[in-house]
Design a protein around this ligand. Structure first.
Ligand code: ADP
Ligand code: ZN
Length: 756
């Protein structure tokens, strides 16, 4: 096996293996830097596409790439996805049993594995270092590199020791990746890993595909229901502050017919893992969670994030909304807050001491400013990361899209409000002032004789909500100050200039009615692509079935974008399918036939003429220009490019039955079984056991007898088995029995991969 696919340039690997046409910003530069042997630090936001930056070099370097990663769940997820595109990757961490461990080691020793994902403490075990030293790696990639810094929020002492591995493998190029790094942390990473300044890449933190909306919370449940009704069928996360809120909201959403699961620290580990897993596999649509949720989640198609409370700082907010739309498709973020939240958070902040308290207040103020700002939401968000926005986003935040309700003259409203503050003695909070302005006769007003004030009832033209929103603006404009503890309002010097009409006040008047939700957007449709929603829906169901059959999350079969393009372009040939986003060579073979069958059937049903002619013979694999490259990648999936038996085997494993396959390929069932036998002979493949069992239709005792016969007689020839069983089983049954038997014998899975 050649180790160095010489024709492998990064762009080609991007297309043939991952099925993507273009690099995202900085990816190519980072890959070139690593391939050029320069130690590199890459800082890109979540969803920026960091993984590919070390995965592509790993496929081009002759020797192993070691990927240090702190989270076991993410390791497995990435390894599963890599195997899905035919890349032999393995992982080592404390969760592996002895067999899987041995197998992984064998894959490394045989140079079959291209990438090894590993936990830092595992990497530093002398036994592991020694094995790696036999054939030193070409690249050491450090994921979540900020964990190395004591100044970071995620400091992991074991990360410090990665430097020992660096010393051990001085020829391996080192590449650090992170989504969060303040300048101090960045410097720390570079110092610890010995990365020089000129191989540092910092991507923009602007997540352009996230629509950001911030609104006041009036009726949390109603607003939540409205919001999720606008994203039908799409996965999403709802963040609450307390477990109680999580449980309550979960109950309410379930009663309203939504598919939801809770996630918080009050659940036991098993329940949490299960709920997370169900979410990843699209078995449950919405997770309602406390901040505990999200660390180990790599699901790229989260379409919305809803906050029911104000996060305590912008960084937390950014991280949480950042979990949406990693796949680059439009996703919705809504933050609902009430001024009560602010009081609550302030109460907690006040319990802190000295500097810590000051910092916390600073963070909170920045968050509040962002919530109340009437400019582009991205401005404060990016400013927090030290990034300047060159111009408002224009159409991806609430303020930009509602920009047409231009600022209005609020001078009269301000004069009314401020004079009411003055006349009531500057000892009352906003709500009381508003009650006076609106002419309330409440007990508190009467007791204070505020119904006698000249300002009583002079503000009926605005609702309480509007006045409240105005009062916040007056505060921000510095016309008043508010007592931190009691909330009472006092005028400033500037207020007097407004009274004397020396200064005009302009700002926004909140629309009287809460904004009407726009009409629902079809499932996940908010891309730039015009596609057939019905076909998309069907392909999603197909994807879900294929994913369940192989124990993978649906996005590991194909991302949403792929299904959208299929639903827009109706590809029914290998050639056409290759042109679709996310379809690399291995997935073309693995899933192409199923998807094309569905698309072709749909086109017939709807009388749609697919843009290219159907292939003359059924799904004959086109001579694959990438086959040469792929065969340079070792492992079973790469060898899967080729023969009909592979297609049959893959389709069978994807859920098709033998009679179905016989119909689809127009051959006898016997022939299908023969294909399956050949398929089994491919290195490392297995068959869907339940499918074989179903086809054989054997009762347990009968199956056991047949298995025992193969055990004693071997599998090469059927005749001795036939005879050992006294001729009671026919050859067709024995064929299937042999498949079952072989499947058991080779049941040591090729990889310690997904569950069976
Ligand atoms: P990060 O680790 O930076 O959060 P990932 O590496 O998980 O991001 O990538 C996020 C998503 O973007 C993944 O689903 C990945 O397949 C996809 N992706 C990465 N690079 C590209 C690209 N060049 N074109 C299209 N999709 C890409
Ligand atoms: Zn904007």
């Amino acid at each position: 096996m050649p180790n160095h696919p010489s024709d492998a340039d990064p762009r080609r690997v991007l297309k043939t293996i991952f099925g993507f046409d273009r690099f995202r910003p900085l990816q190519e530069e980072i890959i070139q830097s690593i391939l050029g042997g320069r130690d590199t630090l890459a800082i890109m936001p979540t969803g920026g596409g960091k993984s590919i930056c070390f995965q592509i070099p790993a496929l081009i370097f002759p020797r192993l790439t070691v990927v240090v990663s702190p989270l076991i769940s993410l390791m497995k997820d990435q390894v599963d996805q890599l195997r899905g595109v035919g890349v032999p990757a393995v992982f080592l961490n404390s969760s592996l049993g002895p067999d899987a461990y041995r197998h992984t080691m064998a894959m490394i020793r045989s140079r079959e594995a291209r990438l090894l994902y590993i936990a830092p403490e595992t990497l530093l075990k002398p036994s592991v270092l020694n094995i790696l030293a036999e054939d030193p790696p070409d690249c050491l990639a450090i994921d979540e590199a900020h964990c190395i810094s004591e100044w970071g929020h995620d400091f992991r002492p074991e990360y410090r020791r990665i430097t020992e591995a660096r010393e051990r493998f001085p020829n391996a190029v080192c590449a650090g990746f992170t989504a969060t790094a303040t300048p101090r942390v960045r410097k720390d990473i570079k110092n610890s890993l010995g990365i020089s300044g000129n191989a540092e890449f910092i991507g923009s933190f602007d997540r352009k595909n996230l629509f950001i909306r911030i609104a006041q919370r009036e009726n949390a449940l109603r607003q939540t229901l409205d919001f999720i009704a606008r994203q039908p069928d799409s996965p999403g996360v709802i963040y609450c502050t307390t477990r109680q809120q999580v449980d309550d909201l979960c109950g309410a959403l379930a009663r309203n017919g939504h598919s939801v699961a809770p996630y918080h620290a009050g659940l036991n580990d098993g329940e949490r893992t299960e709920n997370q897993e169900r979410f990843i596999r699209d078995d449950v649509r919405i997770v309602v969670a406390t901040v505990a949720f999200g660390m180990g989640i790599d699901k790229p198609d989260i379409r919305f994030v809803l906050h029911l409370d104000l996060p305590k700082n912008i960084e937390t907010y950014y991280q949480q909304i950042g979990r949406a739309g990693r796949d680059g498709l439009r996703s919705e973020c809504l933050l609902l807050f009430s001024y009560g939240d602010i009081g609550k958070i302030k109460f907690f902040v006040r319990q802190k001491e000295g500097a810590e308290r000051k910092v916390a207040f600073g963070h909170l103020d920045a968050m509040i400013d962002m919530a109340e700002s009437d400019g582009c939401r991205r401005e404060p968000l990016l400013a927090y990361f030290g990034e300047a926005l060159s111009e408002p986003c224009g159409d991806m935040c609430d303020n930009c899209v509602s920009g047409n309700d231009a600022p209005v003259d609020l001078t009269v409203a301000a004069q009314k409000f401020l004079s009411c503050v003055k006349r009531s003695g500057e000892i009352f909070g906003a709500q009381h002032i508003i009650d006076v302005l609106r002419g309330s006769k409440s007990q508190k007003i009467l007791q204070n004789q505020h119904d006698q004030l000249s300002t009583h009832g002079i503000g009926r033209e605005h609702s309480s909500r509007q006045w409240f929103f105005l009062s916040r603006q007056f505060l921000r404009m510095g016309l008043m100050i508010q007592d931190e503890r009691y909330g009472s309002l006092k005028l400033t010097e500037k207020a007097w200039r407004v009274f004397r009409a020396e200064e005009k006040v302009t700002g926004r008047l909140m629309a009287e009615k809460p904004e009407r939700p726009p009409r629902p957007v079809p499932a996940a449709a908010r891309g730039d692509l015009d596609f057939d929603a019905e076909l998309f829906d069907r392909l999603r169901k197909l994807r879900k079935r294929l994913a369940d059959d192989s124990g993978l999350p649906p996005y590991a079969v194909f991302p949403d974008r792929t299904l959208m393009e299929m639903s827009a372009l109706y590809p029914v040939s290998d050639l056409a399918l290759r042109g679709i986003h996310g379809v690399g060579e291995v997935k073309l073979v693995k899933y192409g036939p199923e998807f094309m069958t569905h698309i072709a059937a749909y086109c017939r049903e709807k009388n749609i003429q697919p843009p290219d002619p159907p292939p003359e013979s059924e799904y004959r694999p086109a001579p694959s220009p990438a086959a040469a490259f792929s065969s340079a990648l070792s492992g079973s999936a790469a060898s899967a490019i080729g023969g009909r038996h592979i297609q049959v085997g893959e389709a069978f494993n994807a859920g098709a039955t033998i009679p179905e396959l016989s119909a689809r390929f127009g051959v006898l069932e016997k022939t299908i079984v023969a294909h399956l036998e050949r398929y089994m002979a491919e290195p490392g493949v297995r068959l869907r056991v339940d499918g074989v069992r179903e086809a054989a239709g054997l009762e347990p005792e009968r199956e056991a007898r047949i298995m025992a016969a193969f055990q004693t007689q071997g599998v090469e020839l059927l005749k001795p088995v036939y005879e050992a069983l006294g001729g009671r089983e026919d050859y067709d049954t024995l064929r299937l029995g042999r498949l079952l038997f072989m499947n058991e014998v080779v049941s040591e899975p090729e990889f310690a991969g997904p569950r069976q």
